[in-house]
Design a protein around this ligand. Sequence first.
Ligand code: ATP
Length: 209
Amino acid sequence: MKNIKSDIIGLFGGTFNPPHLGHVKAAKAYREQVCGDGLIVMPSHRPPHKLIEDGSPTAKQRLELCFLAFGEIGEISDYEINRDSVSYTYNTVKHLEKIFPNKKISLYIGTDMLFYFEKWYNFEYLLENATLAVASRTGEVDNSFIQECDRLRKKYGANIILLELEPEIISSTEIRELIKNGGKAENFLPAAVYDYIKKNGLYSPEPKG
Ligand code: ATP
């Protein structure tokens, strides 16, 4: 890993199946507002909380898609996809703490993950040892995620930052569905990601090759 100047390592993890413009916009805001050149984008190997559907890219292809989407913005790490086991953020944070003993760790999460955070493996450790950077995915008007941040702060002493970000209201699930149904996904994807998906016949109902 290159020499990182920032005092903060920012872990932007996800399935990235595929990475979309919402991810890229959030990663840029995270870089600018929190972690600078300490941004590490890390596709997960086998996410504990969601099943990977048939017809999805391999882990290696998701890694390649991440290089195409985020290569100009941050470091792309193959640490989790190379682990032959379920990827828990806890294990990854312990790993990062070993590599960067003098830096602080931050975790990027969208609001969907925030409401689920207490189900994460060893979440108390994460809240004690890392800062959460939270971005709204939908621009919720009821501010329920702000209340959730306050609740986690009060209950666990969590250190939580809210990112300033006008959300792109899109998910990988919607993009997969769109492609499967022959819709126009290019408006939601970085051009290089779209080209790669097309070239490799990913998510497509047509037989590959
Ligand atoms: P899926 O639809 O397959 O569940 P996803 O679009 O939620 O995928 P992930 O790879 O699970 O994407 O997301 C990785 C991280 O990026 C998570 O913290 C998630 O909350 C966040 N994220 C996903 N989409 C957006 C978006 N449109 N804006 C901001 N953050 C997002």
